[in-house]
Design a protein around this ligand. Structure first.
Ligand code: ZN
Length: 163
């Protein structure tokens, strides 16, 4: 058994080598299992790292990336389903619900971008209570104050000269 002093926490003979391990990652009910992982793990601090002489880190990282992309696509499909149920175009959904760039909703739906949590919540609420869309339309009036102000620049120097 290969053992080293832990160079993370400093505990003597605490870093142990492991190999042939399987790990399962889960996100939103989806799973990815990665087999035959090897690396070092500290029995004191619990920290560790994949064996750099193997492809463990790469395979583990790829599986994680795959899961993140799959989760984004799943949320995207949900956004699309609810938007269609509410009979909104992507443009209308941006204007009324999400804000952001004109193609924000299309990016959410394609799974390119994870929608912000308040938007996901709002969509799920509207999914459960679609009649609230009429209230949302009422309440949206004046809710976005960005760009609502006008201002003039007062030139003091000129005002003093004139008086
Ligand atoms: Zn340690």
């Amino acid at each position: 058994m290969k053992v080293k002093n832990c160079y993370i926490c400093g505990a003597p003979d605490a870093l142990h080598y492991f190999e042939g391990r399987s790990e399962t990652m889960r996100v939103k009910g989806m799973e990815r299992r990665v087999d035959n992982l090897s690396g070092w793990e500290c029995h004191e601090c619990g920290d560790g790292f994949w064996d750099p002489d193997t492809d463990s880190a790469d395979r583990y990282g790829e599986a994680g990336d795959e899961l993140v992309i799959a989760a984004q696509k799943m949320i995207g499909a949900e956004m699309k389903r609810i938007r269609r149920k509410l009979h909104l175009t992507q443009k209308e959904a941006v204007k009324l619900l999400s804000g952001g760039g004109h193609n924000a909703f299309s990016r959410y739906e394609r799974g390119e971008l994870l929608p912000p949590k308040p938007l996901v919540l709002l969509m799920r609420l509207l999914d459960r209570h679609p009649h609230l869309l009429a209230d949302a339309e009422d309440l949206a009036e004046g809710a976005d104050m960005r760009g609502a102000f006008t201002y003039t620049v007062n030139n003091d120097a000129e005002a003093l000269k004139a008086s």
